[in-house]
Design a protein around this ligand. Structure first.
Ligand SMILES: Cc1ncc(COP(=O)(O)O)c(C=O)c1O
Length: 401
């Protein structure tokens, strides 16, 4: 059967609008399409492929596990899941892990746990959830409602209730919302989809203090920031602020679908037998690959390498900007970076993305004004140099029309 992009329009539900390119092979940070055209990958499957494509450690883990055991469901546990959970708890504030299959599912579990914890400990009135405008937490109905973009949650009937939003980094607005009926605050410790927006350290610390004061659980959604992306294993570790619940997905499996919610023993206790679950959560294949990814990323060399690569991106983008004057700033942390278009190019992020693809570079946008880069954490330095050279050509193409 010949597979073409037009087949997508024939057979797929039209909720996505994929590029005309159909990749068929990847190795490290290079990808090839059906016609053999090569791309440098600065997108990493939206911050997922933390070790690039087909990293040998992940391929070995997948192959070995695929010849042992694929699936059991949670009527039995399995060795890869328990090994991974032990490593995650050893490396973080958490004592307990719940495995899911995606970021949205991990967040769904976190929100349900927060509501149940508040019900058990403080009674039926404590149901308020506060989240932030421009936040993104997934596409289940609960998570999309908690996410701060009405465009994604409108039009599906009555929404889960008692959820309110304020602007990120607006402490006065947050203080006005939180009270003793708040059961949880969900935030990204660096907003990704919303435009690569870092919190101020004072804001994060004040949110933590106010959550503690009002007995509200602080949930950090680290689906995009987690597993080395910002140069720390988890972003909270670089913010000197510890959440009560943390969710992680994307890079956790390095490209194999897996998500997790992690928390302390006292909170975890409230998700009792039968309260929540998933057929695939903790699947041995997913956990074996994630264990290999976790082991590979959680080393001083890889984490320090993220910071070195961040500097290469910042220097390269500054050079491009000195020639073409298209960005007002480059923001973000580690390898979660956003080049913000200045007023002359406002709203045109997609034009830069399309021009980049034409030059053999895969990149992303975060809204209409930000070009987003989330490459492999171990992208070879020569691929950064070559990718930035291709990006410069794309910028020249947009600027010169
Ligand atoms: C911060 C954050 N949370 C949750 C999600 C949802 O993850 P998934 O698409 O795996 O459900 C995303 C995806 O972009 C994300 O960036």
């Amino acid at each position: 059967m010949q597979v073409t992009r037009s087949l997508f329009d024939d057979v797929m539900v039209p909720n996505y609008a994929p590029s005309a390119v159909i990749p068929v092979k990847g190795s490290g940070s290079r990808v090839w399409d059906q016609n053999g055209q090569e791309f440098i990958d600065f997108a990493g499957g939206i911050a997922v492929n933390c070790l690039g494509h087909c990293h040998p450690a992940l391929v070995t883990a997948l192959k070995e596990q695929s010849e042992k055991l694929w699936h059991l469901s949670n009527v039995m546990t399995n060795e890869p899941a328990l090994r991974l959970a032990k490593k995650m708890t050893d490396a973080t504030f958490a004592d307990k892990v719940y495995f899911a299959n995606s970021g949205a599912e991990a967040n769904e579990a976190a929100l349900k746990l927060a509501r149940r914890y508040a019900l058990d400990v403080y009674g039926a009135d404590k149901t308020g959830i506060i989240a932030f405008n421009k936040g993104f937490h997934g596409r289940t109905f609960f998570t999309v409602t908690v996410g701060g973009q009405a465009a994604y949650s409108d039009g599906f009937g009555p929404k889960p209730a008692d959820i309110s939003h304020c602007d990120y980094n607006d402490l006065a607005a947050f203080e006005a919302l939180i009270n003793d009926k708040t059961c949880a605050v969900m935030m990204e410790p660096l907003q990704g989809e919303g435009g690569i927006i870092s919190p101020t350290p004072e804001f994060v610390q004040a949110v933590r203090e106010l959550c503690t004061k009002h007995n509200a659980l602080l949930i950090f959604d680290e689906v995009q920031t987690g597993v080395g992306r910002t140069g720390d294993l988890y972003a909270y570790q670089g913010l000197a602020t510890t959440p009560d619940i943390l969710t992680t997905a994307k890079a956790l499996g390095g490209g194999f679908p897996i998500g997790a919610m992690i928390t302390t023993k006292d909170i975890a206790e409230h998700l009792k037998v039968g309260t929540h679950g998933s057929t695939y959560g903790g699947n041995p294949l997913a956990c074996a690959v994630a264990e290999a990814a976790f082991d590979t990323v959680n080393t001083p060399e890889v984490l320090a390498g993220v910071k070195e690569r961040e500097q290469m991106f910042r220097d390269g983008l500054a050079n491009i900007n000195a020639k073409y004057n298209v960005f007002s700033e480059v923001r973000g942390k580690g390898l979660l970076l956003g080049a913000v278009l200045n007023t002359d190019y406002a709203g045109r992020a997609r034009d830069f993305l399309v021009a980049s693809t034409e030059q053999g570079l895969m990149s992303l946008v975060a809204g209409m004004d930000v070009i987003r880069f989330t490459p492999s954490l171990v992208i070879p330095k020569e691929d950064i140099i070559e990718g930035l050279a291709r990006f410069e050509k794309a910028v020249a193409h947009v600027v010169n029309g």
